[in-house]
Ligand binder design. Sequence first.
Ligand code: SAM
Length: 397
Amino acid sequence: MKLPDRHGQTASPDPRALPPPTAEEQAHSSKLQHLIREEIAACGGLISFARFMELALYAPGLGYYAAGKYKFGAAGDFVTAPEMGSLFARCLARPCQSILAQLGGGDILEAGAGSGALAADLLLELEALGRLPERYLILELSNDLRDRQAETLRHKVPRLLKRVHWLDSLPVELRGVILANELLDAIPVERFQIAEDGVRQLHVTWETDRFVWREKPANEAIRARIEPLALSPGYTSEINLQAEAWVRSVADILKQGVMLLVDYGFPRAEFYHSQRTDGTLMCHYHHRAHDDPLKLIGLQDITAHVDFTAIADAATGTSLSLLGYTSQAAFLIGCGLEPLMSASDPEDVRVHLGLTQQVKKLTSPHEMGELYKVIALGRGTREPFPGFAAHDRRGRL
Ligand SMILES: C[S@@+](CC[C@H](N)C(=O)[O-])C[C@H]1O[C@@H](n2cnc3c(N)ncnc32)[C@H](O)[C@@H]1O
């Protein structure tokens, strides 16, 4: 079962209907294909899908996120919440303010900061609320995006730039808030299929003139997690072991504070629902969604939904507490979306209309409101903070 994609686009089942890449894009893609083929050859003819996805998205200078392609917003391939306007960031500022106040200070670490829009708008709002973090740390895999983030921040908040630092690796420890919007869905997943004789792991090889799928018995880590689910033969889906490892390593450095992760996904029972027989893998290209990651190499985003039960287990396994889990709509309303909205002047039609459109996209159950979830995991914080008071869904994980 394929669902509408993360931005309400309709999946286009026939990839031939996608707009053709330009000659320049094709040349770029060929270079990346060559690199992947070399790695396949060096590995004896096959690489795991997770490795394929990693190269397609992050191969230095060539991968989708690592090269200069404009990904976010109307001119790109997809739109994320911070790209729609400042409302999402302004809401997120409330829990950040509350947590930093409880701790009497601290840092914010944003992982996977995209264009830098969230960082800039969040800093602006925290400045207005009188609760700037001591430092705003950014952990970003893509050098290209680091440059873009610096440009956004220089343009929008030049006076706050001195608080912003880009990290090459996780700090040894952190007190404050760790934030990531749509990061987990961009971490490479393994794809598996249930066969009569057990769990198969999908790999990628090159055949004649294109990449194709090959299956092999799944490795022990995948089998241990998938066999107990007792899925039927033919069932195909994903498991994101790297995202779980990422959460564990970030949880380890959080000495005191909260990790807030926003993404599209479900609790495990829904993720591996018997009717979701083909998983959640999706590709985004010029605002169209389809499900073939072996095409348009380096030119399209590849993403999978998040199993939030796995994320909660990974974090609580390192003794973080599960502080909240709810839909994006309930979270934003809990963060004061309505008062922020009503503070805008309806006479200023352009601004008011823009805000109304953001509210609709962010909270409508047919757009991002229901599919997107927010999870909060923390250590050493005493009081509740805005966002999770209503519609606490922790019991569903
Ligand atoms: C789908 S984009 C979301 C960007 C931004 N947060 C937004 O909402 O617009 C995913 C981002 O995560 C980054 N990323 C992926 N894996 C990462 C990792 N392990 N560490 C840091 N950044 C990562 C990508 O380069 C990209 O900036």
